[in-house]
Design a binder for this molecule. Structure first.
Ligand code: NOJ
Length: 724
């Protein structure tokens, strides 16, 4: 029986072999270039294989290639004493060879099913390239746009975050973990990594237990419910206790309350960092604290291999606790079929066949255009015409090939990337209609750049400005002080705007930005994030109207950087700013505390009208269901998709409640003139929150409810939740 096989192995393992299994090390046998962790990757291929042979490694990560992967596995299975296969992991975050939009961008689609499809495609390519396990999805809630890793997340909202977390887990893993194309998912970073103070990477997290539970832990629960078998811990502390050595988090909550029986892996050297945190005195102390807190696997520090045997011998770590972690890892290996077929996902022929799948290009193009958010479109400037209109495409991203993919894309096939210029050219009727001028470099002026851009804008009927953040501005360790465009790009925009040419701004960004001056005032603005392999075609689809944009903001765009952390679902103030009441209200000296563009906002080329929501009853019984029906009509001239959003607000509660919270959403496609009833089902589970006493429950009383196209629009209706 399967269980016996694992128990028999554990019974035969030495202390060193057990501790070795729990080590996760950089895969220097088949490294890729450039190496993301150059400082710590000291082992060379020979040393890594020697460690595998000696049974000192359980998992290797961030290497790629089926043939070399077979060799690693052959050494593990044939040359190590116990023949335990290794797990092969990597950061495959939003695509492997085919790169899909950054997760934040894809979340803008408000289509979890789309994320599930792109995760599935990613899993097919990653497993073909010799991987079993991805360190994704990042399910951190990002409420501060200065933080760089919001790009890897699904934005600021819990309901949206939970839906995408679950979808991505399902997509990566598929229906059968033993299938050759099932990729183990790892929700990360457990927990509250997105809540670092001031958006500063690796900084402290000090927050209420209620916010921790209701906001930051919720997507992890959703991801686990969707079948995730592993979690990665966060670098940060939570209220003074580092997450990677937090026994309450990793054991009491995760294994106790949540009954999680999978594997918890540390983030990169997070156990070692307990020393820098001042939470552990030395390596041995750090090992004991992390391991006894419930951290099964140690990534890259080597601490577990070095210190766990001694800690067990001295009695500080019970053998049973060590065995439990080893058992969890071996069960995971067994669950994906590694003991029956150690060479699963290591087939060079499949790798070659999967290197370029045209269906994945098509999916990447669709995912990319479904992620573009049209913020503004004055005078229906967009869509542009394919002919009869001269276009000046201006900006450092117009021809750029190095900022198409966004952060954390280690293995993308750069030969397939479609630049903005290439996409626009392919869509135009004649080459002479397009003039392309960089205008400036990403972060600096170019000699004569502005002059050339201005001249091109004067010759054109419309200027399309491709501006934004270099992709290295987002991702790990990329916190920003001010979430604005680089000065050289802003200067370019001002000069081009001064020509009077109608202006379309295409933003490339890994977070919400504060838009100023000519950029904010442009007639049309679209957020294009980092869209991946098919960037140019996807943007052209939207620019020229082959696709009516349907994405909505998963993060609030503030008026100014100084508003951060800024998110729509903030608790109610005792002194909210109301029209005509500026003094001694919750506002800034310089500006109101409103967004420039709210969460959920986005335009298309169709127009939608909402009828008032109808409720099946004004009184929701404690165990009842509120059926909310809203008629949405396409009153425009073209077909389009609308993201219908349901928000609630609890009028009086034992804790101050958010001004609004998204509870459900649906994306619908309507032909011109078509109308449809959109139906949502709400029960008291949607109304629950952690109360002052920490108990998670709904409180009877009156609620406001909106069905609206954004978090800042719509007319509320109310209903009452009746007591039990
Ligand atoms: C550090 C990052 O925080 C984490 O997300 C990633 O999975 C690991 N490095 C491994 O590369």
């Amino acid at each position: 029986m399967a269980a016996d096989r694992i128990e028999a192995l554990i019974a035969r393992m030495t202390l060193e072999e057990k501790a070795g299994q729990l080590g996760v090390f950089a895969d220097m046998v088949r490294p890729f270039a450039p190496d993301v962790n150059p400082d710590a990757n000291v082992r060379n291929a020979g040393q890594v294989l020697e460690q595998v042979r000696a049974g000192r490694v359980g998992t290797l990560f961030n290497g790629v290639g089926a043939a070399a992967g077979r060799e690693i596995q052959r050494v593990a299975v044939e040359e190590s004493r116990l023949g335990i296969p290794v797990l092969l992991a990597a950061d495959v975050i939003h695509g492997m060879r085919t790169v899909f939009p950054i997760p934040l961008g894809e979340a803008a689609s408000f289509e979890p099913a789309l994320a599930e499809r792109s995760a599935r495609a990613t899993a097919i390519e990653a497993t073909a390239a010799g991987l079993h396990w991805t360190f994704a999805p990042a399910v951190d809630i990002a409420r501060d746009q200065r933080w760089g890793r919001g790009a890897e997340s699904s934005g600021e909202d819990v309901t949206l975050g939970c839906a995408f977390a679950a979808a991505r887990v399902r997509g990566f893993q598929g229906d059968d973990l033993r299938a050759h194309d099932a990729l183990l998912a790892t929700p990360k970073h457990f927990a509250a990594y997105g809540a670092v103070a001031a958006g500063l990477e690796y900084a402290q997290v000090d927050l209420s237990p209620q916010t921790l539970h209701d906001v930051h832990l919720a997507p992890f629960r959703a991801a686990l419910a969707a079948g995730a078998r592993t979690l990665m811990t966060a670098f940060n502390d939570i209220n003074g206790v580092p997450a990677s050595a937090n026994r309450w988090l990793l054991t009491d909550l995760l294994r106790g309350q949540w009954a999680f029986d999978g594997v918890v892996v540390s983030d990169y050297t997070a156990d070692m960092e307990l020393i820098a945190h001042g939470y552990a005195a030395d390596e041995r102390d750090a090992t004991a604290k992390a391991f006894l807190a419930g951290l099964d696997l140690s990534m890259q520090s080597g601490f577990y291999g070095a210190h766990l045997p001694g800690l067990v011998e001295s009695g500080q770590v019970p053998m049973a606790v060590l065995d439990a972690s080893v058992r969890r890892l071996l069960r995971l290996k067994e669950a994906i079929g590694l003991f029956d077929d150690p060479y699963r996902s290591l087939d060079p022929a499949r790798e070659a066949d999967t290197a370029h799948l045209p269906a994945h290009d098509a999916l990447a193009r669709d995912a990319a255009r479904r992620s573009i958010v049209l913020l503004k479109n004055e005078g229906a400037l967009l869509p542009l015409r394919r002919g009869g209109q001269k276009i000046a495409l201006i900006g450092p991203f117009a021809q750029d090939r190095d900022n198409l993919e966004g952060c954390w894309t280690l293995f993308g096939d750069k030969t397939r990337y479609v630049t903005l210029e290439a996409g626009v050219r392919a869509a135009l009727e004649a080459a002479a209609l397009l003039e392309v001028v960089p205008g400036c470099a990403l972060e600096a002026p170019l000699d004569g750049g502005i002059e050339a851009a201005v001249a091109a804008a004067r010759r054109a009927d419309v200027a399309v400005l491709a501006l934004g953040e270099p992709q290295r501005y987002s991702g790990e360790a990329q916190s920003r002080l001010e979430i604005v465009l680089p000065a050289a790009q802003q200067a370019l925009a001002e000069a081009v705007a001064a020509t009077g040419a109608p202006l379309v701004v295409l933003l490339r960004n890994g977070r919400a930005l504060a838009l100023h001056g000519a950029v904010r005032d442009a007639a049309a603005i679209a957020v294009t994030w980092y869209l991946g392999t098919q960037t140019g075609h996807a943007v052209a689809d939207v620019l020229f109207g082959a696709y009516s944009p349907s994405a909505r903001l998963p993060v609030s765009f503030p008026q100014h950087s100084g508003q951060q952390p800024f998110f729509y679902n903030r608790p109610r103030s005792g002194r909210p700013e109301l029209p005509g009441m500026a003094e001694f209200k919750s506002r800034w000296r310089e500006i109101s505390d409103a967004p420039l563009y709210p969460f959920g906002h986005g335009l298309g080329y169709a127009r939608f009208a909402y009828a008032a929501p109808r409720l099946n009853t004004p009184q929701l019984a404690w165990d009842g269901t509120l059926v909310v029906t809203t008629r949405v009509a396409n009153t425009g001239a073209v077909a389009g998709e609308e993201v219908v959003q349901l928000y609630v607000h609890d009028r009086v509660a034992s804790r101050v409640r958010p001004v609004r919270e998204l509870k459900a959403f649906a994306k619908i496609a309507l032909a011109p003139g078509e109308a449809r009833d959109v139906v949502f089902h709400i029960d008291r589970g949607h109304l629950a929150f952690s109360g002052a006493d920490g108990a998670y429950r709904a409180e009877p009383g009156v609620f406001d409810l909106w069905v609206a196209p954004s978090s800042a629009t719509g007319e509320p209706v109310d209903f009452e939740l009746l007591p039990a």
